[in-house]
Ligand binder design. Structure first.
Ligand SMILES: *Cc1c(COP(=O)(O)O)cnc(C)c1O
Length: 362
């Protein structure tokens, strides 16, 4: 049996280890100059032309971003159901209600038409997710927001560097959150980076992150300790120097899979979109579990199901809504390895395994 190809693989090198060591030797471990430098470098690297605020996780970033945008009890925020639960959790944690809308079956991202149909007088915002690294239809969401006087927030957890007609994700909403969890396109160990639309949102983010304080012991609001450490920021700063190359490799891997997979639906890319392939997701309409098991056991190829249970059917959020494309995607989606550590041999093994299984199933 050949060596197992994992579905994701964080890459940590000597430079990251040296950066951690540098901070450890400095004796200053908590939020400090490394975090400030990481915030500035992140904004610059992804050409966000906005301020960035670092926090201890992507989930904290969504939570504080929503609070800083004035979202709270009595509000509704429209979110996809086909996403990681952190999207809806962050809305619920503010006291607001997540309202679930359906996805576009081509891009797997929140569908503006379904959002429009879900607007009520309590709707305060829309939070699309740039799922798998493919940007959501931001022109569509901004148009719905304009019609109804809503805010737009971006869950860009999986989409570092993705663009629409040259414009980076993270520049469309009141705020956008990029996750720095180890399996994401770049990592700081744990962490999140939030880009903000201006000084008011930025100031509130910084207050909420640090117990409500700008000046020490002069607390202005009820806040959290959601600070990033300088140790994590030092890792993230090194990863920023590498993420461009990794994204190029993810794209090359995806192009190879697109060109060689047969008998399965490969992930389409909307016109004008630059996809960053956090995941490479195919549809397996018949016996997905059997397909994934055979990939692993017969070919030593890992895969992932993101996400098998739509959020509107999870215990905390149970909602009576009809989301047919969400249900279908949750039943059919299978993500194949696309991470930058794959070699040509690995890609060929993935291709021959998927093609053989698709043929056998057809
Ligand atoms: C990973 C992820 C989050 C949460 O980020 P953490 O850094 O793990 O807290 C939120 N939304 C989506 C879509 C994610 O993939």
């Amino acid at each position: 049996m050949p060596e197992f190809i994992p579905p994701a693989k964080p890459i940590i090198g000597d430079e990251e280890r040296a950066a951690v060591d540098r901070v450890m030797r400095s004796g200053m471990l908590a939020q400090g100059p490394e975090v400030a430098a990481f915030e500035a470098e992140f904004a610059q690297h992804f050409a966000l032309d906005r301020a960035c605020v670092a926090v201890n996780s992507g989930t904290s970033g969504l939570h504080l971003g929503l609070l800083s945008s004035g979202i709270g009890a009595g509000d509704e925020v429209i979110v996809p159901s086909f996403t990681f639960a952190a999207t809806a959790n962050s809305v619920a944690l503010t006291g607001a209600t997540p309202v679930f809308a359906d996805i576009d079956p081509e891009t797997f991202c929140l569908d503006p038409a379904s959002v429009r149909a879900s607007v009520t007088e309590r709707t305060a915002g829309i939070m699309p997710v740039h799922l798998y690294g493919h940007p959501a239809d931001m022109a569509g969401h901004l148009a719905v927001a304009e019609e109804h006087g809503l805010r737009v927030f971006e869950d860009a957890a999986q989409a570092h560097g993705a663009r629409i007609d040259g414009r980076p994700v993270g520049t469309f909403g009141t705020f956008a959150m990029f996750s720095l969890y180890p399996t994401k396109n770049m990592t700081s160990g744990e962490g999140g980076m939030v880009s903000v639309d201006g000084p008011d949102t930025e100031r509130l983010m910084r207050l909420y992150r640090n117990q409500g304080m700008e000046r020490q012991y002069e607390n202005e609001v009820v806040g959290f300790n959601n600070r990033m450490t300088d140790i994590h920021a030092a890792i993230g700063r090194v990863q920023l120097t590498k993420v461009g190359g990794w994204t190029a490799q993810r794209r090359a891997n995806a192009a190879y899979l697109d060109a060689h997979l047969e008998g399965v639906t490969t992930p389409p890319v909307a016109p004008g979109v630059e996809h960053v392939y956090h995941q490479y997701t195919i549809r397996v309409p018949e016996d997905r579990t059997g397909f994934a098991t055979a990939l692993r056991e017969e070919y030593a190829v890992g895969s992932g199901m993101f996400y098998p249970i739509p959020n509107h059917r999870l215990a905390p959020f149970r909602a009576e809504v009809e989301l047919p494309e969400t249900e279908r995607a949750a039943a059919e989606c299978l993500s194949l390895p696309v991470h930058p550590s794959l070699g040509r041999d690995d890609l060929d093994r993935i291709v021959s395994a998927v093609n053989a299984l698709a043929k056998a199933g057809a």
